[in-house]
Design a protein around this ligand. Structure first.
Ligand code: AMP
Length: 224
């Protein structure tokens, strides 16, 4: 399974990707997570990306394409993956297409998660993750079953992203509409686009995505 989750910040791409990882056993390839790891580890890429990310702008295509190209060569991605937050520009979409076709692979589907802008600020301002396992939570809509304890791994430590604030969100949304939303037409023209209602309950969105996956034609490439 090779899937792209497309949608504005706060659409639920990460939450849905985690569920798909559990169900289908393929890794979530989040370029945001990879870049945040690079920043944390103080790598050359991290140093170049940090200020851009803090401002809510997009990191260069060159950097992002390079980290994705390395990542999809790792053994756990051989059976497939879920792209979360990639591609994010037309140039990245072209690069992703070339990368995959060079390996005899193709995308099965691109799933657009549709959400109204006015809910995005609330969703983003309230979200946080487990600092140990990365499970996602929200102050009002998705709290841990036991307050302060991660449902998945029992950790007591949680963290919030520095770019999850109202001001940076504005820039991130502008970047989405300017750079990323043209991918909707791009993948529609390739017959790959499917849309789900990201305003629905989390479980319902998962059901819609799974229905799309069951219907998507699987490519015959190695390990599909
Ligand atoms: P995300 O976790 O997907 O919201 O990404 C967080 C930030 O990382 C974005 O606001 C960008 O600065 C950067 N980023 C993540 N993925 C990409 C990408 N595919 N292209 C450019 N910048 C990206």
């Amino acid at each position: 399974m090779r899937l792209v989750l497309l949608g504005p910040p706060g659409a639920g791409k990460g939450t849905q990707a985690q569920r798909l990882v559990e169900k289908y056993g393929v890794p979530q390839l989040s370029t945001g997570d990879m870049l945040r790891a690079a920043v944390r580890n103080g790598t050359a890429v991290g140093k170049r990306a940090k200020a851009v990310m803090d401002a809510g702008r997009l990191v260069s295509d060159e950097i992002v394409n390079a980290i994705v190209s390395d990542r999809i060569d790792e053994p756990d991605a051989a059976r497939g993956f879920i792209f979360d937050g990639y591609p994010r520009t037309l140039a990245q979409a072209d690069a992703a297409g070339s990368m995959l076709s060079g390996k005899g692979m193709d995308l099965d589907a691109v799933i657009e998660i549709r959400v109204d802008d006015d809910v995005l600020v609330d969703r983003i301002a309230g979200r946080y993750t487990c600092a140990r396992c990365g499970a996602g939570y929200h102050d009002t809509s998705l709290e841990p079953k036991v307050a302060g304890v991660c449902d998945k791994c029992g950790s007591h430590e949680f963290k919030r992203r520095p770019d999850d604030n109202a001001e940076t969100l504005r820039t991130r949304l502008q970047a989405y509409y300017k750079e990323t939303s043209p991918l909707i037409g791009y993948y529609y023209a390739k017959g790959k686009l499917r849309s789900v209602d990201g305003m629905a309950e989390i479980d319902e969105v998962t059901r819609q995505i799974e229905a799309v996956m069951e219907a998507a034609p699987r490519k015959a490439a190695a390990g599909s």
